[in-house]
Design a protein around this ligand. Sequence first.
Ligand code: NAD
Length: 321
Amino acid sequence: MPPKVFVSRIIPDAGLDLVKAACDADIWPETMPPAYEVLTERVRGVEGILCNLNDRIDGALMDAAGPQLKVISQMAVGYDNIDVRAAHERGIPVGNTPGVLTDATADLAFALLLASARRIVESVEYIRAGQWRTWEPKALLGGDLNGATLGLIGLGRIGQAVARRASGFDMRVIAYSPRGKPEEAAKQGVTLVSLEQLLRESDYVSIHVPLNESTRGMIGREALAMMKPSAILINTARGPIVDQKALFEAVRDGVIGGAGLDVTDPEPIPLDDPILTLPNITVVPHIGSASQRTRDKMARMAAENLLAGVEGQPLPNQVRV
Ligand code: NAD
């Protein structure tokens, strides 16, 4: 009998075909994710769950699934939606998809950085509003990257990939990475500093830490007040790392220069969120890993974790508790 599994979304065929070939798969067919209560019902009796960041996977859900549950496979590198400790206590390994989405996410962070610095979205709106009447010496002036300081909060896989891109733009790169080794960072052209020094010196601040209890609300009113009035904040990590209300007020009041966000709190961002009214905040809908090739690789990796788990094998990529 093939193992029963639940797949919480239609993922790319590169992964889905592997799952369908080896499992009795219940695949959620809709665009909108299952509500928590529905998810709890659908996972009853399964041996594996392939999920994503929309699905809350807590101890109660694992218990509802039953003692035969052998693996939780997340199609993402971040896993803040999963109670990994609860899974560990129940002997259920949790898989994720690190590495394959590093470059795509770093590209998106850099796209937001360039778009914010050079006011790309505002410029498009300017044309659409019929304001482009001539070449203007003082219209739509932005910031330079060359010679500017980029501050990276977190210097893991994605932080380092952003640092590599910044070196091509002749930026000075500093990072806050308490577990990082200064000599290793120096080899990549990055100087490790305290969070306060990073906030005070950076022209651009880009966030690359996971969401956990040490990073939730890390960038709030106080942190924003330390930044330069011209500074731009980029967040491609997770929305709740930034206090969004404090960010809105800081940009509105000129405490900082602007922001580029791939992630918000909550997601999707409500259409009446005042952040969407500011021309110098660019928001995109969590598309960090959204390249065709990257999503194929993520789907395959998530499928491989799932299949290893239902077979009782070690997962190719297991989250460590
Ligand atoms: P990673 O584990 O390689 O790097 C994270 C780094 O943050 C590590 O070096 C870790 O030591 C450091 N860190 C943890 N807590 C910290 C703290 N309090 N202060 C400073 N540093 C701290 O992870 P990664 O692959 O680089 O991914 C980073 C995060 O990016 C993920 O957890 C995920 O939430 C997010 N992400 C978003 C997208 C997207 O679509 N926007 C895509 C991929 C990843």
